[in-house]
Design a protein around this ligand. Structure first.
Ligand code: LLP
Length: 431
């Protein structure tokens, strides 16, 4: 992976030495290069624009939600995917335009649906029959109308290079296409005067490196729409193909450029629309990881170094599974560097350990690095998605701070949690 390095051999992020940021804000520290975020967002938006295709690129805020990132997403013309009251609340606090917010979730609560309807959000991606009942009642009560997409399971599951075709999709999300479930749901919402049935949604997986899974899913959804037109005269205006566009965590990862994913989707939808003589629907996508993943770097300070003779050297840092649970949860792989030793050759392999009381709290196994000393600053790359978003207080570690860097300027956008904040919710027990 390419990293900016200055003439002193220092890692630079957005034209600022990473160790300077660590010095000023403390570690562990999430640092985002905002220009990278903007470039990713623009790659999607521009490709749809250049091809004259109506589209919404909805940032999946589950990847990283905070007021500042949602402000950047809005500045770049993105829409927003939220999956909870908390994510919706953050969007409202960030001043995100409500009409560009889409709500997801396989078990939306009455409160969540009421909040979404009350705030006139742009679209609800309806997931199940229970939700349809709740939504219909809330819309009648609030005397409101709302756009919905039906989430369907197209029987395609994609992960990196592999995609699996399953006849009957075994998933907690969405309506099954093959059993007629999706069609029953369609009939239910289509007849409701408070609901505008905008189209279909699917999400086939995460960290996908090819376009074929997306193309297959598009064909499945489009065929369904064609059948529904024949049977009911219905024409959809939106096809939402979800997120899952892959990013580079390590040298081994070879994702496509974002405009390549977008172009493949555009081609498939255009081809199908002309093949079936179907009005070209808007294409919506929901990238999370692809927008923020590579833009984020976590900086740690090296503490203890333990040699297990002839086996390995454990280097412990001041964070770990509390700020990045992905290695422990998914055996996710990352690359790292020493922020002040970017021009030094690797000395040997080290294993980077977190500081939680848990043997599984290892960030990286066997990574070749220059000689590591106590106090060195270690950067772990591509931590921008599902890092802060999945941070936790295990062992009562504080949630780390987040800094945005752009054009040589840096700004704190999420404060480090204090211990007072951590115990604020605790009440003493009176016997
Ligand atoms: N849309 C829907 C309906 C989704 O379920 C997801 C992710 C996305 C969009 C965004 O996917 P992305 O473009 O970020 O891959 N915690 C896991 C990832 C879980 C993703 C769940 N849904 C991780 O750390 O890899």
């Amino acid at each position: 992976m390419n990293h900016e390095v200055n003439e002193k051999g220092q890692l630079m992020i957005g034209q600022v030495p990473a160790s300077e940021l660590a010095e000023q804000y403390g570690t562990p520290l999430y640092v985002y290069d905002v220009e990278k975020i903007r470039n990713k967002a623009r790659a999607f938006v521009r490709t749809f624009e250049e091809n004259g295709v109506k589209a919404q690129v909805a940032y999946a805020s589950k990847a990283f939600s905070s007021v500042a990132i949602l402000q950047v997403a809005h500045q770049e013309g993105l829409s927003l995917d939220v999956v909870s009251e908390g994510e919706l609340h953050t969007a409202l606090e960030a001043g995100f335009p409500v009409e560009k917010i889409h709500m997801h979730g396989n078990n939306k609560s009455i409160r969540e649906l009421e909040m979404a309807v009350k705030n006139n959000i742009g679209c609800i991606v309806v997931d199940n029959f229970y939700e349809i009942d709740l939504l219909q009642a809330i819309l009648r009560e609030q005397n409101k109308t709302i756009d919905v997409l039906l989430r369907v399971t197209p029987g395609i599951e994609a992960h990196t290079h592999d995609y699996i075709l399953t006849g009957q999709e075994d998933s907690k999300f969405g309506f099954d296409l093959t059993s007629g479930q999706a069609e029953d749901a369609f009939m239910k919402v289509q007849d409701d005067e408070n609901i505008r049935m905008a189209g279909l949604h699917c999400h086939i997986g995460s960290q996908i490196f090819e376009t074929s899974g997306f193309e297959m899913a598009t064909r499945k959804l489009f065929t369904t729409l064609k059948e529904w037109r024949e049977r009911y005269g219905y024409e959809a205006s939106v096809l939402n193909l979800g997120g899952g566009f892959g990013i580079q965590y390590t040298q081994e990862d070879a994702p496509l450029e974002l405009d390549q994913y977008a172009r493949a989707l555009i081609k498939e939808v255009k081809d199908l629309s002309s093949q079936y003589d179907y009005p070209m629907p808007e294409i919506w996508v929901e990238p999370g990881r692809a927008i923020v993943g590579e833009a984020g770097t976590t900086i740690y300070t090296v503490g203890s170094i333990k040699e297990v003779p002839e086996v390995r050297t454990y280097v412990s840092v001041d964070g770990g599974m509390t700020d990045n649970i992905r290695p422990a949860l998914y055996q996710a792989k990352y690359e790292a560097a020493l922020t002040e030793k970017m021009d030094e050759p690797a000395e040997k392999e080290y294993s980077i350990a977190g500081k939680c009381c848990e043997s599984g709290d290892m960030l990286i196994w066997d990574v070749a690095l220059p000689k590591i000393e106590h106090g060195d600053k270690l950067a772990v790359f591509s931590t921008g998605a599902y890092g802060y978003a999945m941070a936790n207080n295990y062992n009562r570690f504080q949630k780390a701070a987040v800094v945005f860097v752009e054009n040589g300027k840096h700004q704190l956008v999420v404060r480090r949690e204090s211990y007072q904040e951590m115990t604020r919710l605790d009440l003493s027990y009176e016997k």
